[in-house]
Design a protein around this ligand. Structure first.
Ligand SMILES: [Zn+2]
Length: 207
């Protein structure tokens, strides 16, 4: 049948739209990230925006197995700033513990992470941008790694100011991963507006 040891297979499950603007599908983690960054690029082009810096739009491979794609591309590009997006658990899902993990829910906007790999001044810029554009956000704190490409970018080269803008998702790593349409729109908007806010003059110094 042409199937050999090491052949790659995947589930056939497709995509469905549910009531109340929920979407389900497999591997939204992290195809939705790829979709959202492509949308940001498309919006920049459609609005003929000229950014005062070079922008690399990267859909990194191998995040799930150790952030390896991000590690490679961070070293290659040597970015001055990195804005990362990934999914994050909706902790109101059954078998999730919101006491341990903090409360994050679908439909309430992108989740912004505080943690060692996140640059606080850059996070301030993102939060101010969200407030200015009336984009709802949620907050999340981690004490060690974020478990996302943020960890690779932040510690690459001589260190890179990095920020994580996550989209809440239910039933992660199943064939029925679930997202809310508003969160997709708001995460795209927040990344887009943040790019328009940043410039070489943005002061990220702590001093
Ligand atoms: Zn994942």
């Amino acid at each position: 049948m042409g199937i050999h040891i090491g052949a790659v297979v995947t589930y056939e499950e497709g995509y469905e739209e549910l009531a109340y603007d929920y979407l389900i599908g497999r591997a939204f983690d992290n195809r939705i990230g790829g979709f959202m960054i492509a949308e940001v690029a498309r919006l920049l082009k459609a609005a003929r925006k000229k950014l005062p810096f070079s922008l690399y739009v990267v859909n990194a491979v191998q995040e799930e197995i150790g952030l390896r794609g991000a590690e490679m591309i961070a070293r290659r590009i040597k970015p001055n700033v990195a804005i990362i997006t990934d999914v994050t658990h909706d902790t109101t899902t059954p078998m999730m513990n919101k006491v341990m993990d903090g409360e994050t829910a679908c439909g309430k906007g992108p989740s912004l992470t505080y943690g060692p790999a996140v640059h606080n001044k850059l996070l301030d810029v993102v939060q101010a941008t969200a407030a200015k554009n009336k984009i709802p956000t949620q907050c999340h704190a981690v004490s060690r790694s974020t478990g996302t490409d943020t960890d690779s970018f932040a510690y690459a080269n001589d260190g890179c100011p990095s920020v994580l803008i996550s989209i809440p998702l239910r039933y992660m790593h199943t064939t029925v991963e679930m997202l809310h349409k508003d969160d997709i729109e708001n995460t795209i908007k927040l990344m887009y507006e943040t790019l328009l806010t940043l410039s070489p003059k943005t002061n990220l110094s702590y001093f």
